[in-house]
Structure formats: C-alpha cells, structure tokens
Design a protein around this ligand. Structure first.
Ligand code: ATP
Ligand code: MG
Length: 225
C-alpha cells in the first residue's frame, strides 16, 4: 500500500463543544490507483484530503505514505515530504494573487531548490500541458475560473509528484471544463501517478476504480457496482 490511514480521528473543539470531523477512518490506496472520495458538504472530505497529504495532522491514528510515518516528521520535514511527493489541487485553487501563472507554477520548484532556468522551463512545460502556453504572464484575476483551475493543476504537477490529491477539481467549472480536468487527471493516472479525487459530483466519481463515501466523519468504501 502506498497510502495507509489507520484509526484516523480529527476533533475540533469549538465553543466548548467537541466535534468529530473524522471518526476512526481506515483508508488505503495502492500505488497507481484512481480513487474517489464522495460525500455531502461538511462531511469531512477536505479534512481527510489534508490529512492524507500531510497538510494537517490527525488527533488519533496513523498516516503512512510510502512507508513513512507522517507523525514522526517535524513540520519542516513534513513540508519537504509534501513538496516532493504530493501535488495538491485545492478546492479554492489557492493561487498567489500577485503572481503570474508562470510564477505560481514555479513556486513549488523554488521550494524544491530547482535552478531558475530549469524551473522556468518546467513551469512553462506544465502550463503547456494544461493548454495555457498563451497565458504565462497573466495574474489569477486576469484568468477565467477554468483557467485558474488549470494553473492549479499545472502547479500540482510541476514537482512531478507520485500522488495527486484533487479537492473538488470540477467544483467551479461548467461541465465541459470539468470533463477536461478529469481527463487530465486520467492522463496522469495512466502515467502511473496515484490520483485521489474529492468530489460530490457522481459524474466524476464514475471515473474512479474505487469509490469511498464520507458521512459525518465516517468513511466507507462503496461496493463495486
Ligand atoms: N478549523 C475548524 N474548526 C472547527 N470546525 C471545522 C474546522 N474545519 C472544518 N470544520 C468542520 O468540519 C467539518 C468537515 O469540514 P470539511 O471541510 O472537511 O468538509 P467537506 O466535506 O470538505 O465539505 P465541502 O463539500 O463543503 O467542501 C465541517 O462541518 C466543518 O464545519
Ligand atoms: Mg471540502
């Protein structure tokens, strides 16, 4: 197994109330799989995505990725690990507003200490893959929603991660653009990258080989149709 979560629980304390965002979640994914995580708004999908990708830590349970226990890593080590292994496509894109498309895609490469000439070439190539070669110098505010989404995809791919986690990759797109971003994820998966898609769109879920559902913080695998 490439990703293995065991007994993962995430608790938020708010106004004296204890809220279980995730409750005893067990989840494992093999290298090269394409899986979908579905469930209603507020059920815990993004919380789970962030924990799988090492952006957040569980209160209980363990997360093992490529044989490494994320809990044993300090914050700096965890960021390096994320940068190297994981490409995140966020629900809200999280692009830097005062940076061009090219600069946004280069950012993770700066962190990975790639040389300037090489990172410019790599970022240009990734923006080409998502069809944005003619928008390198545009700021996010000068791009359409679908184009911003594609910049976010290019940024996730820039470091050549072995795992891509996409949180609602079609959420803000019309169906044609949504279909395009799923096709892009399928292409990546065909190249051997593990893809985890978070969605509440059943059309997206159909592309996955295995589907999981989160309800009130509890995860269950859906039986194959
Ligand atoms: N920092 C926080 N403090 C308190 N509660 C939180 C916090 N972050 C998330 N929650 C709660 O945890 C639950 C799960 O949130 P999460 O973002 O994982 O939902 P989601 O399934 O991704 O929803 P959506 O489909 O709307 O994106 C929600 O009820 C949310 O209000
Ligand atoms: Mg979410």
């Amino acid at each position: 197994m490439q990703i293995e979560l065991t007994g993962v629980t995430k608790i938020y304390e708010l106004g004296g109330e204890t809220f279980y965002a995730l409750r005893d979640v067990n989840f494992s994914v093999d290298r090269g799989e394409f899986v979908a995580i579905m469930g209603p708004s507020g059920s815990g999908k993004s919380t789970l995505a962030n924990i799988i990708g090492g952006l957040d830590r569980p209160d209980q349970g363990t997360v093992v990725v490529d044989g490494e226990h994320l809990a044993k890593m300090g914050d700096a080590e965890l960021s390096r690990f994320r940068n190297k292994k994981i490409g995140f496509i966020f629900q809200a894109f999280n692009l830097k507003g005062d940076a061009t498309a090219l600069e946004n895609v280069m950012l993770p490469l700066v962190f990975a200490r790639m040389r300037p000439a090489e990172r410019k070439a790599r970022a240009t190539e990734c923006l080409g893959v998502v069809g944005l070669s003619d928008r390198l110098g545009h700021l996010p505010s000068q791009l359409s929603g679908g184009q911003r989404q594609r910049v976010a995809i290019a940024r996730a791919l820039a470091t050549r991660p072995s795992i891509v986690i996409a949180d609602e990759p079609t959420g803000n797109l019309d169906s044609a653009r949504g279909e395009e971003s799923i096709t892009m994820l399928e292409t990546l998966n065909a190249e051997g990258i593990t893809v985890i898609v978070i969605t509440h769109d059943p059309n997206v879920g159909r592309h996955a080989r295995r589907t999981f559902e989160v309800h009130d913080g509890q995860l269950n695998e859906k039986p194959a149709a």
